[in-house]
Design a protein around this ligand. Structure first.
Ligand code: MG
Length: 263
């Protein structure tokens, strides 16, 4: 009788320690979960816009429908940008040439909306052509152009259609809306870096959503987007963002809701 009771006691003690030590056993097997928890730096609070296309709280609003105070002429950078602002939208004035931001940027997130006129005419590259130059590197330079063009029902060379990085990056999709409808680009631009001697330290990369469809996925640029010849890099620092007044004969397109977040 005593022997049976003793055995019971031994089993209970064994069970107690087995179950009691289980968490410790698991702990020893899997490590400390706290070892991989990180508490700093704490991400800054950024309040999003009411809708995703609205500027978040930390954005620089480059065009809010009122004026072109943050822009200038490229032809003469001492002069204001002379495109047409009316009814909350910005319309290209082709005779005034390209315009660019007064501020220079390096890496950024950009939102921009454009509208090709509903009565657009022309074909190929001569139909609603404009461009968002992700860095306007200086007079006489090509810069880096994200193509704006009507390709809803218009074909051209694929590395020059809407959503292309001009003559370098074919868009992953043709996400064009019909002429007359507002369209958007959302861009993540990583500027190239250069060594002292002008050689490339790291190339430029770009990710682009066209009407929320991914068209450039961390695309590595080979240099500036030239009209003729192979692309190459030329050393530069922070640059303005430039919009193109293309010389074709089709009616000018419009822009609205342009904002940027520096990264
Ligand atoms: Mg263009």
């Amino acid at each position: 009788m005593i022997r049976i009771a003793f055995c019971h006691w031994k089993k209970s003690v064994f069970a107690f320690f087995s179950i009691g030590l289980l968490p410790l056993f698991l702990y020893a097997q899997q490590g400390d979960p706290k070892a991989t928890e990180v508490y700093s730096p704490v991400p800054p609070v950024v309040t999003p816009g009411k809708v995703n296309s609205d500027p978040p709280s930390d954005a620089i609003v480059l065009f809010d429908g009122k004026n072109l105070d943050l822009w200038r002429s490229v032809r003469d950078t001492t002069q204001p940008a002379k495109w047409i602002v009316a009814d909350g939208i910005l319309t290209v004035e082709k005779t005034a040439g390209n315009i660019e931001t007064k501020q220079s940027f390096t890496d950024y997130q950009l939102h921009i909306e454009y509208r090709i006129p509903s009565n657009i005419t022309g074909e190929g590259q001569a139909r609603g052509n404009s461009g968002v130059f992700l860095a306007s590197t200086g007079p006489g330079d090509a810069g880096y152009e994200l193509q704006v063009l009507d390709n809803f029902n218009n074909s051209t060379y694929v590395n020059g259609q809407a959503g292309s990085i001009y003559k370098q990056g074919i868009p992953l999709a043709n996400a064009c809306r019909k002429p007359g409808e507002w369209q958007s680009y959302d861009v993540i631009w990583t500027a190239p870096r250069f060594n002292e001697d002008g050689s490339v330290k790291s190339p430029a990369y770009v990710t682009v959503f066209h009407n929320s469809v991914l068209v450039q996925n961390h695309f590595e640029l080979k240099g500036q987007t030239l009209y003729i010849g192979q692309p190459f890099y030329k050393k530069h620092g922070a640059c303005p963002i430039k919009l193109q007044a293309h010389g074709d004969k089709s009616d000018p397109l419009s822009f609205r809701n342009i904002w940027v977040r520096t990264l």
